[in-house]
Structure formats: C-alpha cells, structure tokens
Design a protein around this ligand. Sequence first.
Ligand code: TRP
Ligand code: ZN
Length: 469
Amino acid sequence: MSWSIRPIRPVPVLLLAVVLTACGGGVHGTPGAAGLSDPYFPRAGNGGYDVTHYDLTLAYDPAHRHLTGTAVITARATEDLSAFNLDLKGLDVGGVTVEGRGARWNRAGQELTVRPRAELDRGETFRTTVRYSGTPETITDADGSKEGWLGTAAGALALGEPAGSMAWFPGDHHPSDKATYDITVTVPEGLQAVSNGEPTRETTKDGRTTYAWHTGRPMASYVATVAIGHYTVTPSSLKNGLPVYVAVDPSQAEASRKVLARIPEIMEWEEDNFGPYPFSSTGAIVGRPDAAGYALETQTRPVFPGAPDTDTLVHELAHQWYGDSVTPDSWRDMWLNEGFATYAEWLWHEDHGGDTAQQTFDALYRGDYGDDPESNEAIWAFPPANPTSAAHVSDSPVYERGAMVLHKIRQSVGDDTFYDIIQGWADAHRYGNASTADFTAYVEKKAPHKDFGPLWRDWLYGEGKPERP
Ligand code: TRP
Ligand code: ZN
C-alpha cells in the first residue's frame, strides 16, 4: 500500500476495529485526544503533545483577502502517538509533513488529524509542517464579539481570544500550551505587518515586503497577533533600555499621541507594583476604531481599536504580567486575567489622585458605580471563579467582581503582604500557567495565620451578592 500526501480516506468504523485488533501488540501508540476538556471550550487544544515553537511564514494579499501560510510546529510527544490533532478552522490544507515525511491527514470541523508515517514516542521532539491557504474566517464568539481574522480598510487584524487563532494558523489552541514564536509576514510593498515580540528582519523584493518578528518567551496562542495595514511603527526604549514598538494607524496618530506617550510612565509604575516586566519588548498597536470591538492584551503589543484611554492602556499592559506571563489553566480561570487587570486600573486611580480602590469597591457594592444601574446589577450574576459558560467569560463578574476579590484579600492582609502576594504570584508562575486553586493556595501560604475560607466562599465561588462588603 502506498502512503500518499492527501486526506485520509474515511475508513468504516467496523473495519478499523478489526484491523486494530488484528495488529495486536504491534501497535503501541494511540491517537492523541482531540481536546483538552476545557470546561467551556472542550475541543480547544489537543492531547498527546506540547508545542515548544511555532514558526509561521505567512503571505497576505489584502485585495483578494488571500492568506498563504506554512506553519512549522516543533512539539514534544507526551505519550506514544499513532496520530495527533491540530486545531484549524477554515482554510485549505495543501499538505502535512512530520519530520520531513509526508503524513496522512484529515479534517473534521476545527480538528485537523495528522497520522505520521512513523509513530511518535513519548518524550520525542518532532516537527510538523502544515502548508495552507485561503481566506481566513472571522469567528463570532459565544458572547457575540468578533475574533479570528478581521478585515480592515487596508489589511487585516488577527485576534485570538478565546478561540480565534485557529482561523489563521494550525496549532494547539488552548491557553495551557504556550510556546515561542517566529512570525514572518509578506505583504504588498507599502503596507506594514506588525506582530508580537521584536522585529528581526525587513526585506523588500519584487513589490512585496517581508517582516519577521520573534517572540522568545512562551506565549499562549490567543495573545498572538498580526496587524497588516498602513501603520507608522515607532521604535523607542524605556529608561531601563527595554525596546518599545508602537504601531499606529495614521488616522489615529493625533488622537493617540498623548496617551501613548504615557507608556514609559505606566510601564514603570506597573514594574513598581507588579515586579519586573517579564518580556523583552513592549508597545502597542493602534488600529482604526472599526477594526475590532475591543482591546486585547496581545503579548508585548496590545491591540486597541482607535486611541485608547489611559485606563485601557493600564489594563492591557497589566495583562502582560497577569494573563500573558501568568496564563490561566483554563477559560474558567479567566478572572485571574481580568480581575487583576481591572484591579490595576483601580490602583492606578488610587496612585494618581483619583478614587481609592476602597471607594471603587464601595461604589460597586452599593450599586452606584458609573452611570448604568443595570450593569451594576450584572456584577452579581455569577461568581468570578465560575462564569458558567463560554458566553460569559468576558462579563462584569469576571472583571469587576474579580477585582473585588483582590480588594478583599488586600483588606484582609494589609498593603505590605498584598503587594508581596501580587508580585510573588507573577514571579512564581512567570511564563507558565496557573489555576484559581493555585492562587488561593498561594494566598494562604503568604498569610498562614488568616482564615480565607469565608472570602473564597462568598466572594470567589458564591452565588449572588455577598451579604457584607
Ligand atoms: N481580554 C480583553 C481585555 O479585557 C477583552 C476580551 C476581548 C475578551 N475578547 C475577549 C475577554 C474574549 C474574554 C473573551 O483586555
Ligand atoms: Zn482585560
């Protein structure tokens, strides 16, 4: 029988069972799982391997909305594998190789199943190359927002939270599998392509320009980005030498100049409060307001739809510590991202002549925070540590009530221990993943004489509004 580089022909289940039984002891590897059983995104990610590096070589033609990609994925098998899955939504797969040899593959929904010629042994590092092309999809989230590949006036914007990255590259698309990245994008000359990390190369040939970006620290795929358009990219650096790359759509230059000039001040304030910045560059991508309906904490280079306000800039930069460096184990732990980034805004106000965090907390508890009484009620819809479904991971109980949990901890332990806790937490799980249970255990370890039971019960896990503030 010849192995061909084309989709696996469907095999009747019964026949497959007979073949497998007949092979007996000769077959030791089994297929990796098609999902990681995330409580809200059960098919996101895949079992059986861990990705260490993505090398993505992309070319985009905005006029035809056509993307051509080659993904070289370096991974380590965590079990003996006869096959494994990648997540990829839409696009056409042209071919797959594993360790340089043509592999069989097939597709079902967002699952791309790859069956290498030789089984993979547990512990083995292997390289998978996927060639693909097509018009990438814009995905509508469970909460109604848009992600994936968003067309813009001059180019495109790739946003991946929570499940959009599978629209532009195949991978292990769950926050628990972080990897380093090289992202290289070729676009028509005159356009820019901006991504995460640091630029390593820019070359123009035959009317097309190639931009290469390197991310040397582990990154979850949902915070990977590419922004293609007429950006003005301005490099600078912080006092401590950290490179800053700010990319601004010219239509937003004027409106964003003042706020972007505060990046150094915000970065320094966040380092004072959260500890050393974990990455090797920072910056921002400011697109047109209609590019996306929200800002996103894309690693090292958050994306903003139009000029951000200071609060939003503080929020997305705080996510670099809480979310990007320390990444949730699952989408249920989302409050570890949004509670922290929201509390960063409260602390910023407190330190800059605005309301104290206590005043913000009290206003939320009383229900007269901001000017929308309905949104005040919404805070109590569910507990921060249990947003109930994919549709609610970006709702206010995750953000505001998540921040209230942090404030309750601060009230309980005092400022010295509180800042110890938030800095120590960023340090203990730097570049990794952590869960809500890891966090509560960490807090308890830092303040062993306190009883946090009621706080966790009422504020973190409890339904409804806690009886006392
Ligand atoms: N994480 C973004 C922020 O608050 C908001 C966001 C965008 C989001 N898309 C999402 C949150 C999808 C949850 C799910 O900075
Ligand atoms: Zn956020």
